[in-house]
Write a protein that binds this ligand. Structure first.
Ligand SMILES: [Zn+2]
Length: 231
């Protein structure tokens, strides 16, 4: 079993109260040696992932940015943890059986109900360690540099992301930035790097995402770092 931890519940409470910064609440657990709340992440073992098709490459350095995606799944109104696990299976099956990839392409997924699941095997252990990451398959030309985080749902046709998903995406990005020393400005969307509609409205929300991630880390975004996507 992998019980909910206190930080997740507090995050969801913060979300229910509006978009108040989770760090404004007293007593939040803090991650080891970082300035961001450590969110609860269900590992591949927790959701019962299939074994990878082959060897997953561990890159011996830190990623320098995050790329946000959507999975173009049905916009389910089932916000349960079980649905998050079902979604993780759906994505992995697609990437293993249709794309013939070694494993899920994304490092992490955030469900519409605000549950985080590990995507590619090894991503969570690497993130916790903060010194390396596994090679993903999510953004052409960026897989050697970027952590791929995918949001359950389809947001290219006007759908609005649920509040819980937004709040937990902020928390996961803040924690990932803290563990890897990624500036809060270095958050991008898939369409910054190719001809795609991904991640839909989440792309329009990137300026706000950068601001809220900076706030969650107790710092303002640097105005000296350009916001154009690095190549
Ligand atoms: Zn994408």
């Amino acid at each position: 079993m992998h019980p909910e931890n206190a930080s997740r519940r507090r995050l969801l409470i913060a979300g229910a109260a509006g978009l108040a910064a989770a760090t404004a609440l007293p007593g939040l657990a803090h991650a080891r040696g970082t300035d961001a709340v450590e969110p609860d992440i269900d590992s591949t073992a927790d959701w019962g992932a299939r074994a990878p098709r082959g060897t997953i490459s561990l890159l011996p350095y830190r990623p320098s940015r995050i790329v946000v995606h959507h999975t173009v799944s049905t916009n389910s109104n089932d916000f349960s943890r079980a649905q998050a696990h079902a979604h993780a299976h759906w994505v992995q099956d697609l990437h293993l059986d249709k794309n013939r990839w070694v494993d899920t392409g994304y490092h992490f997924l955030v469900s519409r109900g605000g549950w985080i699941t590990e995507g590619r095997h090894g991503s969570l252990r690497a993130l916790t360690g903060g010194r390396n990451f596994v090679l993903g398959s999510h953004t052409s030309g960026q897989n050697d540099y970027a952590v791929g985080i995918a949001c359950e749902g389809a947001y290219h046709a006007g759908a609005v992301p649920p509040g819980a998903q937004w709040d937990v995406l902020v928390a996961l990005c803040a924690y990932t930035c803290a563990r890897y020393g990624i500036p809060s400005t270095q958050l991008y969307g898939h369409k910054d790097y190719g001809a795609t509609l991904c991640p839909g409205v989440y792309h329009d929300l990137l300026p706000r995402l950068r601001e809220e991630v900076a706030a969650a880390r107790g710092a303002q975004p640097s105005t000296r770092t350009g916001l154009r996507p690095p190549r």
